[in-house]
Design a protein around this ligand. Sequence first.
Ligand SMILES: NC(=O)c1ccc[n+]([C@@H]2O[C@H](COP(=O)([O-])OP(=O)(O)OC[C@H]3O[C@@H](n4cnc5c(N)ncnc54)[C@H](O)[C@@H]3O)[C@@H](O)[C@H]2O)c1
Length: 365
Amino acid sequence: MFANSYHGRRVLITGHTGFKGSWLTAWLLKLGADVVGVSKDVPTQPSMFEELSLAGRIRHVQADIRDLAAMRELVLLEQPDFVFHLAAQAIVSASYADPAETISTNVVGTMNILEALRQLVKPCAAVLVTSDKCYDNVEWVWGYRETDKLGGKDVYSGSKGAAELVINSYLHSFFQDKHPVRLAVARAGNVIGGGDWAKDRIVVDCMRAWSEGGKVEIRSPQATRPWQHVLEPLSGYLTLGQALDQRSQLHGEAFNFGPRAEQNRSVVELLGDLGGRWGFDSSDQAYSVTADIPFHEAGLLKLNCDKALLELKWVPNLDYAETIRLTGDWYTAFYKEKADMYALTMDQISTYERAGIERDRAWSH
Ligand SMILES: NC(=O)c1ccc[n+]([C@@H]2O[C@H](COP(=O)([O-])OP(=O)(O)OC[C@H]3O[C@@H](n4cnc5c(N)ncnc54)[C@H](O)[C@@H]3O)[C@@H](O)[C@H]2O)c1
């Protein structure tokens, strides 16, 4: 996998206690990496991070990325070969409640990671995760390309656009010439998968409700989304890290990692399929429609992923049915079977890897 690029290498993950960070930590452990994680807290209760006992399997550091001195000290101490910067205030509704927290974390926090990386005098490949929401959403039907204008009308989106500008200015000001650190930006959209308990996410709301014997209320049943499994952008981030480590031409490049259009399904279809996996006989048991607010589809932002295909040979790996199966099975194992979630997660990563081998994905070699 990933040409063995991560085996025995030191990898620093920021935001390792979050949804994506926990999956990335698990995958890197499987790949034989020496993982260090830094986060300010464990953001949810329950959490995948705790259910997998990840703190005891890596070097777990509790610190705030807004603390520049702490970030400098950590990077100097750990001397990472790779950095995956995921730490963020990642919830759109929270950015309305506390815009200053979102901007300081997502913009100043990213700057602090760059400041910390500046000190390194050894090679390091750093993948900086922003979001598809960094683009100025002009509500057109085409996929956004990496060269499209950045923007963001809400504070979360704006903070991700602003983080990109900071990265770009640091790139041109400090990471030129012979600087040994290489940077790249990864942009992906919303993902689903087991182990998420963040606020305001439909799959999460659903699993919480079902585990308590209730059903979930939905307001825009016909809204369609490209439901993408969390391992998809992660295979993109890991591919980008590997490529950046090997190819200096990728220094400073940004990449989109999005789903295929065939992944698009309505909310009711998703909940019906997940409900089936949960063991419901009919969708009435899974959800009730409390309003039928027409969904403004043009608001959806699509990513054009041609660059990832061309430069990294990355394409999405799973189809919709596989995405549902992995997601539903994870929560079923957690809520109904009280399974060993570390073993189950590793098993799901193996399933993803096997699908990659069968489909001859570039990263599977
Ligand atoms: N989950 C998605 O659907 C999605 C979609 C697009 C982009 N992203 C981006 O991917 C990254 C990871 O998202 P996620 O869903 O795993 O988020 P999450 O909310 O589950 O986790 C956020 C992580 O960041 C850490 N963190 C937050 N503020 C911090 C601070 N000040 N200092 C140190 N650590 C801090 C938290 O402790 C946690 O580990 C984020 O940058 C997010 O914006 C996520």
